[in-house]
Ligand binder design. Structure first.
Ligand SMILES: Nc1ncnc2c1ncn2[C@@H]1O[C@H](COP(=O)(O)OP(=O)(O)O)[C@@H](O)[C@H]1O
Ligand SMILES: [Mg+2]
Length: 190
């Protein structure tokens, strides 16, 4: 069974292929509402209505190099198995938003898996857009709802690095630790 983190990497790569310069990824594990929500928003070239209608059908691809066209349908199927759904909104020239929901406690929900690995693979690849990342876990506390959160914007990280690329070995090493620690501090439910 695939991890959701691998599906998320697929969606991030779609944004890169669409020429996005900015991507926002939000993951919310919400125990009180029993939902897991994953949102990826990009400012890439977007899709026209006809393409949009086709993209959740297996094997549709606009690629001319290698033909796969399974990223979105597989993610949609994973959501549907866990009583959720994948919805896409897109506007040509503006960007695309992919929203994926799951029932958190559903026995067929795939585990979120290795988000550190997904974030590292994305951030250390070529043509990496600016990433605004937010991962929140909401759970019932003793008397109120408790929230933990790990968030960062690579614009802030890059500004602090004064020109050093994320792929610089020392930076990449720091990044791997920063991501692993940030994710580990969350009291995961997914
Ligand atoms: N974020 C996006 N922006 C623009 N087009 C997209 C985006 N995501 C997917 N698409 C379109 O949907 C098609 C199918 O995507 P996907 O199912 O991931 O398969 P693949 O990436 O292998 O083509 C892509 O080829 C592209 O035309
Ligand atoms: Mg894809």
């Amino acid at each position: 069974m695939r991890e959701l983190a691998l599906h998320i990497l697929d969606i991030l790569q779609n944004a890169v292929e669409a020429g996005a310069t900015r991507v926002a990824l939000v993951i919310v594990e919400d125990v009180p509402t029993d939902r897991l929500v994953i949102t990826v928003r990009d400012n890439g070239r977007g899709m026209d209505a006809q393409t949009l209608a086709q993209v959740t059908q297996p094997f549709f691809t606009s690629r001319t190099t290698r033909h796969v066209g399974l990223g979105l349908p597989l993610f949609a199927a994973a959501a549907e198995r866990a009583d959720g759904q994948l919805t896409i909104r897109s506007q040509p020239g503006v960007g695309t938003t992919v929203d994926v929901t799951f029932t958190l406690s559903h026995p067929d929900r795939q585990p979120l898996g290795d988000m550190t690995g997904t974030l590292l693979a994305f951030l250390l690849s070529e043509r990496t857009p600016q990433l605004d990342y937010q991962h929140r876990v909401v759970r019932e506390g003793a008397s109120s709802v408790e929230e933990t959160d790990f968030s960062f914007d690579t614009a802030d990280i890059s500004a602090a690095l004064a020109g050093l690329p994320l792929t610089h070995p020392a930076v990449a090493q720091w990044l791997a630790e920063f991501l692993a620690e940030g994710e580990a501090e969350l009291t995961h439910v997914a």
